[in-house]
Design a protein around this ligand. Structure first.
Ligand code: SF4
Ligand code: SF4
Length: 125
């Protein structure tokens, strides 16, 4: 029996955990000062928060599943779903390639960001 061909029609039902509905991102101003980085440290100290920079700037990445994902992975409010969800194209998405591949910087923990701050600012403390 041949391998199931993944198409844009069946891709979302094959996508374990509905990847694109399991997090949210929020752009933040490009951090420059120590104070800016202290704010990011405060944010990343919280569970489920990561920070990345890509060609569009700096973002918080918050792992938190949308309340409307149904057991079979479908959207429970499909007809009324927010614009961001409507505009997300599954032609080439997180199913095909991890978003991380396009990150210039990616901090997954407070400790990683602190290490970066200490390198970036000669006098951090
Ligand atoms: S759009 Fe992509 S990441 Fe989102 S549920 Fe469908 S296959 Fe998964
Ligand atoms: S509203 Fe629907 S499409 Fe949007 S994140 Fe939630 S489950 Fe996914």
């Amino acid at each position: 029996m041949g391998k199931l061909k993944v198409t844009t029609e069946n891709k979302c039902t094959l996508c374990e955990g509905s990847k694109c509905c399991s997090y949210l991102t929020q752009q933040v101003d490009t951090p420059r000062s120590k104070e800016d980085f202290h704010t990011l440290l405060w944010q990343i100290a919280h569970q489920g928060v990561e920070i990345y920079q890509d060609e569009d700037g700096w973002f918080l990445l918050i792992s938190n599943r949308c309340q409307f994902i149904e057991k079979d992975g479908r959207c429970g409010i499909y007809e009324q779903r927010p614009t961001v969800c409507r505009e997300h194209d599954n032609e080439w998405c997180e199913y095909d390639e991890p978003a991380e591949q396009h990150f210039k910087r990616h901090f997954t923990s407070y400790q990683q960001l602190l290490k970066y701050c200490k390198k970036r600012f000669k006098k951090w403390n």
